[in-house]
Ligand binder design. Sequence first.
Ligand code: APR
Length: 316
Amino acid sequence: MRITLVHGDITEQPVDAVVNAANSSLMGGGGVDGAIHRRGGPAILEECRTLRSSRYGEGLPVGQAVATTAGDLPARWVIHTVGPVHSRAEDRSHLLASCYREALRVADELGAATVALPAVSAGVYGWPSDDAARVAVTTVRAARTRVAEARFVLFTADVYAAFERALLAAGPSDEEIAARLAAQPGERWRELFALADALTPADLEVTWRGGQEAGPGVTQAPYPVYGDAVERILGLLGELGVVVVFGWPDWVRGNPLWPGGRGLEDAPVADAARLATAIVRGERFGDGTIGHALETGTLQAVLRRLRRWHDEERPR
Ligand code: APR
């Protein structure tokens, strides 16, 4: 899926589906909602009324999405979703993420290939632009969807700039990372997997040095020492382009291997690269990240996913 950014009016986008930042009543409002109903005409409101008199008698819940006709818009459908109102006291990011995930799920049900999306909740609902952009981009980037183009349409220059920053922080796409891995020489991959196969429990040992007096009142900070095999594996992960440049501190908050995460086995190989990056880069922010990854089996899970990609998915 391609993610594109447009600085403009979402009602002017010739796409299959336009996502509306609606409210639960589905009866229209201001902002995107007002523009879509104004430009799309009464047919949209008619179908919203039907939805309210049937499936959504209580209104469309926050984080959910439902489709109607696009009326006179240059699109086939409008996918209405209700963003959460921003709160300082409560983290509602999961509800904002749900808007995008559900909108793409509905788009898949419709067979929409191109979808225009606004910065949900970033207007009247007061969500700070940078965080609204981060949630939007990371959620859409991680979504398993058949949509070919997710086009964020940003009305104001400041929100457009926030999405540009978020896209940069999200780093290369799954496809770009996989292409970079595929371009690496086969013998380097074979060396990496041979090292991984030969790892013994002793190789996974971490010894801590330092911690001794280094002068009056000065103690050298303790630091981890990893075995040669692990050091060579880490070096190869760098040389093979597995360590990528992206905003890993944000990404790793949704670590696929954490409880409730979707795991790595069925994730794109790019997620194995992103996780390897968080492990390697994390070591610079706090000694022992690599040791912890060895202890929890996270680094081994990354190596397993890279090998499955190499053996089964890498273009021949
Ligand atoms: N095209 C693209 N983006 C737009 C457009 C447009 N025509 N009009 C406004 N926007 C932008 C806003 O600048 C903001 O960045 O969409 C983002 C979301 O703003 P809102 O439309 O206010 O949506 P939201 O913050 O989710 O609040 C939803 O506002 O309009 C009412 O009925 C709606 O009650 C609901 C609430």
